[in-house]
Design a protein around this ligand. Structure first.
Ligand code: NDP
Length: 330
């Protein structure tokens, strides 16, 4: 059946300005790191993408290596653009990245101009796009001068292959250096994509100040700590969860007794707010408005629906914030 986007898709979502730029992103964005690869069920991925768009999620985040196999998430997304979402291209913010290992030899990873330009050309082909909205340097390269990596990002924008550029996994100091170079080149840093959640708060220690200084925004990856900050692991590891599956990034052994105790206590606060733990974790990440967007993953449509409903209650009382701090510091 031909997909027709919901007429009410912009009714509930909240859109935040990215730093001092003219661009807005949805408060919740969807990433295709897990569950959209060539080994996953295409129809499930397609359903998640279409439901997301119907809920006002206009931003989809990819990378050259998402799969498995690497590249297959971009191919999958390209198929859905062709079959369903292509008619809405101007309503979408599509990002991709290069930095991690993608192909053999000295030009298949890190931050050289050779790698970044070639990788984006491959990504555009896989997705069937003329341009992406945001292109990221996925990680800093200790062996390539930032001048070269940033010149590649600047060139990509000037060639019209990306509209904006971003950095991911750069420290506060590295971000400062890179943002300064980008500013001089005339292609300002739009956004940083760091990890951030209740259980991982490194960006509060300097990075957010650097981003404010350069008028850049931030989009947090793994705001649910890959599913730990939900109620799914409270009574064991479900067989269809990421921790039970093939992902090497989350294992059952990561779910320690100590973390579970914390999760149970956080879950109680969430319940008292009338939210699930996933919803409270997203609201918490977005608290105070410093983050532009929380970049979630999902394995099924119902998770996306639940997570977007977090936006119905983004306010925290001082007592709630104190109680959460106590649990996180215990
Ligand atoms: P999350 O922390 O949001 O974890 C998502 C996982 O949590 C889902 O796959 C699902 O796992 C579980 N989940 C989500 N919602 C619920 C819910 N309501 N109830 C129960 N379980 C839920 O993010 P990800 O780790 O998936 O990362 C998100 C995105 O961030 C990636 O797709 C990617 O775009 C980006 N990213 C970027 C990185 C970078 O270096 N720049 C690195 C990592 C991610 P389950 O399968 O168990 O159901």
């Amino acid at each position: 059946m031909v997909y027709q986007a919901s007429a009410t898709r912009y009714a509930e979502m909240k859109y935040n300005r990215v730093g001092q730029s003219g661009l807005k992103l949805p408060a919740i964005s969807l990433g295709l790191w897990h569950n959209f690869g060539g080994l996953d069920i295409h129809e499930n991925g397609r359903a998640m993408l279409l439901r997301s768009f119907d809920l006002g999620i206009t931003h989809f985040d990819l990378a050259n290596n998402y799969g498995p196999p690497p590249g297959s998430a971009e191919e999958m997304f390209g198929k859905v653009l062709k079959s369903d979402l292509g008619a809405y291209r101007d309503e979408l913010i599509i990002s991709t990245k290069a930095g991690y290992h993608m192909w053999e030899g000295p030009y298949g990873e890190w931050g050289s101009k050779k790698y970044l330009i070639a990788s984006l050309d491959q990504s555009l082909k896989r997705m069937g796009l003329d341009y992406v909205d945001i292109f990221y340097s996925h990680r800093p390269d200790p062996n390539t001068p930032f001048e070269e990596t940033m010149a590649a990002l600047d060139q990509i924008v000037r060639q019209g292959k990306a509209l904006y550029v971003g950095l991911s996994n750069y420290t506060a100091e590295q971000t400062q250096q890179a943002a300064e170079i980008l500013k001089k080149l005339g292609t300002p840093l739009l956004i940083h994509q760091p990890s951030y959640s209740m259980l991982n708060r490194w960006i509060e220690n300097g990075l957010q100040d650097v981003l404010d200084e350069y008028g850049a925004g931030s989009i947090a990856f793994c705001p649910l700590q890959q599913g730990l900050l939900t109620n799914k692991y409270i009574s064991g590891v479900p067989s269809d969860s990421r921790a039970a599956g093939k992902s090497v990034f989350l294992n059952a052994k990561d779910i320690t007794e100590e973390k579970l105790t914390m999760i149970v206590r956080l879950n109680e606060i969430a319940s008292s707010r009338g939210q699930s733990l996933a919803q409270m974790a997203l609201a918490w990440a977005l608290r105070g408005g410093r983050l532009t967007s929380a970049l979630i993953g999902a394995s099924r449509v119902s998770q996306i629906e639940e997570n977007v409903a977090a936006l119905k209650n983004l306010e925290f009382s001082a007592d709630e914030l104190d109680a959460i701090e106590k649990i996180l510091k215990a």
